[in-house]
Design a protein. Structure first.
Length: 492
């Protein structure tokens, strides 16, 4: 939404690109500030809640030290890369938010591990409200992107304050004194997760950094404009899987306790993890496939609605190509967490390092020859490689396929959706549009240049929802049996 506001207040494509580059660097250095602690803490707390105070106390010390080092490195980046003054100021201001981010991630790890995610939702809800209202106020009063960067830093401190109040006030938890040896042990144990997160961050930043060197910040802005509109889907994936991750860790630990009493193969924890993973793959595809169809079919309409600037129409092919990576994320998000739950983060580290290396080679070649389109194509190719690696690693660890016939459900429904979008006559869309109240027709026409396409998108979405609900109900014996049938792996 901040990106859309920058575009709508006509700060310029250059300012848009500088702000995008600053946020990209924040994402990279946040990884080093949190030093892999969130995933480690979530898993450890989910397995043994009693260790929470000691883990958090020592993790806060680690996060404070590493965030200071990350801030210094981020401040040095503009000088090394020879960025302009505006970009340098944005990066300098944003670096101040690294410490509150790292500290808040420590507290939120305890919330995830104890399955009190409502505290995280509360903190994010307050922060996002302040962020949006503050951005509108700043832009309306003539402030620029540097002041917006300051707002984002203030929001980071607000999130930390809310997390602290939730931890000490409402939950009644406490901290204990820290121990130097335990701090060193935490750093050592989180190093694998740090390697994973760092490789992922580097992988995400490669395309934009290459574009900024070979082309200009404007191309970075156009590329980021497309990818930012894909981020909500990625965040939904991560939120869903992140909420399931503590349960996956808990199931794995419970099964290990009974492992030696089992004679069947594969072991009990593998079967439990396998059942939940297989269900989650199908569930994420139910969300991802219709999203990809809508983005591919209406990319120009989405960009116009978000940015209201013809300059961003150059991002349409980028968005259409990159959206297919959302399908790959349906697999990699849950398979990666399954490997973590099974204490196989070393496998994930190897995967992401391979992805980073491949992206450097592939994107360097494609961007040099095809520019923006090459950046999107390179990202898509490496995402397919990512799926293959996760699939093979999962098979190696759990000895079972993570995919079964459940994925037929979203595939059938999305085919029906595509038929409606591409084959329903325009006259039907016009007729349905004419049935709407005149005021609503005027509102749609104000925001969208072609209201008939909005009707087709709506019809396609309704068709998808009706098809998949009907199909699942029939397969599992009716709506009343969905809990014991379709949702069985989730609630067992």
């Amino acid at each position: 939404l901040i990106y859309a506001l920058i575009a709508r207040y006509e700060l310029g494509l250059g300012a848009f690109g500088s702000f995008s580059l600053g946020l990209l660097l924040v994402y990279v250095f946040q990884v080093f500030a949190s030093v892999g602690l969130p995933n480690l803490l979530t898993r450890e707390i989910a397995q043994r809640v009693a260790r929470t105070p000691r883990l958090l106390s020592n993790a806060l010390v680690v996060a404070s030290l590493t965030s200071l080092l990350a801030m210094l490195a981020m401040l040095a980046t503009p000088r090394i890369m020879c960025y302009d003054s505006t970009t340098s100021w944005i990066i300098a201001v944003l670096s101040l938010g690294l410490w509150p981010y790292a500290a808040s991630q420590v507290f939120e790890s305890s919330f995830r591990g104890t399955q009190r995610m409502h505290f995280i939702a509360l903190a994010n809800g307050i922060a996002n409200t302040v962020k949006v209202l503050g951005a509108i106020w700043l832009l309306h009063h003539g402030y620029g992107v540097v002041e917006l960067a300051g707002l984002l830093v203030a929001v980071r401190f607000l999130v930390l304050l809310t997390d602290v109040l939730c931890y000490f006030g409402w939950s009644g938890d406490r901290l204990v004194s820290w121990d130097r040896r335990y701090v060193r042990a935490l750093v050592r144990r989180s190093s694998t997760f740090l390697g994973i997160d760092a490789a992922i961050a580097g992988w995400s930043a490669v395309d934009a950094l290459i574009l900024s060197k070979i082309m200009s910040p404007q191309e970075v802005g156009l590329y980021s404009a497309a990818l930012q509109l894909l981020q909500p889907a990625s965040l939904v994936y991560l939120s869903i899987v992140g909420s399931i991750f503590p349960a996956m860790c808990h199931r794995h630990r419970q099964s290990v306790c009974h492992l030696h009493g089992l004679n069947n193969s594969p072991a009990r924890e593998q079967l439990q993890l396998y059942a939940l993973t297989r269900w989650m793959v199908a569930f994420l595809l139910m969300l991802g496939l219709p999203t990809v169809v809508l983005i591919f079919s209406f990319a120009d309409m989405i960009l116009h609605l978000a940015y209201n600037d013809l300059a961003f129409m150059r991002s349409v092919p980028v968005m259409q190509i990159a959206c297919f990576a959302l399908i790959a994320q349906c697999f990699t998000t849950i398979l990666g967490h399954a490997l973590w739950a099974a204490d196989q983060e070393g496998e994930t580290l190897w995967i992401v390092v391979t992805n980073l290396t491949a992206n450097l080679i592939v994107s360097g070649f494609t961007i040099y020859h095809w520019g923006l389109i090459g950046a999107a194509a390179g990202t898509l190719l490496v995402s397919f490689l990512n799926v293959l690696q996760h699939y093979l690693a999962y098979m190696k660890v759990l000895h079972k396929h993570p995919i079964d016939r459940q994925i037929i459900n979203p595939i059938v429904a999305v085919i029906a959706m595509g038929c409606v979008i591409y084959f329903v006559p325009a006259a039907i869309a016009d007729g349905l549009l004419a049935t709407l109240p005149v005021s609503l027709q005027g509102l749609i026409a104000t925001w969208l240049p072609n209201p008939q396409r909005f009707i087709l998108a709506f019809l396609g979405t309704v068709t998808y929802a009706a098809t998949i609900l009907t199909w699942i109900s029939v397969v599992h014996g009716g709506p009343r049996k969905l809990r014991d049938g379709f949702f069985a792996p989730l609630v067992s």
